[in-house]
Design a protein around this ligand. Structure first.
Ligand SMILES: [Zn+2]
Length: 250
């Protein structure tokens, strides 16, 4: 999906049912900055080829918005192509984490024949765990030629969550700081994290943006951004008041 002359969203990639996961890229005159690599090698190929097609001469860089595997699973494809991978310094996962994800996929297969055929391995073929090699700082600027992309730390969902803001395009990629439609995943965080998350939503709300690309669901524009952020804010406030993430999603 083309958002502006330079900013693109790659929406609806394979994740966990009923979740889809998103990626995107910002194509400047010299560099293309790819945001997230999806869950696995196969969908990373789709992101890579779209990003490459817009300006084939550009140098590619990849940045991960967080440590969860649905955002970094395709890093291996980008590493294979020699593309530098950036992320939060705490974005460090173990190969066992990927193994348990693959086993979880198997648990979700209902049909016995498909389960015993281990069809989840088709989803994850060629996928191996690759962490970011370069850490980013809050406020760091990526100069991609005729535009700048600014890194904003927006923790809460995890301590590693970052957003990528392109002021000249009025576009922001926020990872799972905002999810469209879905109940936000607040179970991987705690009271302090939920408070941080509210603060991160304040940071995002203070920016002059027209497009917001969430980690999951559809891209948001205009007033739709405010409505969706308010929905998530309500869920977080309820969790903070009750201390109970389950109550928050009831
Ligand atoms: Zn996610």
């Amino acid at each position: 999906m083309k958002l502006t002359d330079k900013c693109y969203a790659v929406l609806g990639l394979g994740c966990y049912p009923p979740w889809v996961v998103n990626a995107g890229f910002i194509c400047g005159s010299g560099k293309t900055l790819v945001v997230d690599s999806s869950s696995a090698y196969l969908s990373a190929q789709t992101i890579y080829d779209y990003a490459k097609a817009v300006n084939p001469k550009n140098e590619l860089l990849l940045i991960n918005t967080e440590k969860h595997l649905d955002h970094i699973g395709g890093n291996c494809l980008f590493e294979e192509k020699g593309i530098p991978i950036f992320g939060h310094e705490l974005n460090k996962r173990l190969p066992q984490d990927l193994e348990s994800n693959i086993n979880y996929f198997n648990d979700c297969i209902l049909e016995e024949e498909r389960k015993s055929a281990r069809e989840e391995k088709i989803f994850y073929q060629n996928t191996k765990l690759v962490n970011p090699s370069f850490k980013v700082a809050d406020g760091q600027i990526f100069d991609i030629g005729d535009a700048e992309a600014k890194i904003l730390f927006t923790p809460g969902h995890t301590e590693t969550n970052i957003s990528i803001f392109i002021p000249s395009e009025k576009v922001i990629y926020v990872g799972d700081a905002v999810v469209q439609g879905y109940l936000p995943n607040i179970l991987n965080s705690d009271l302090d994290g939920w408070k941080q998350w509210l603060n991160s939503l304040d940071i995002i709300s203070s920016l002059d943006i027209y497009w917001l690309v969430p980690g999951h669901g559809n891209a948001l524009s205009g007033n739709g951004i405010r409505v969706e952020i308010e929905r998530i804010r309500k869920i977080l406030n309820r969790a903070i008041e009750t201390g109970d993430p389950k109550y928050a999603v009831s």
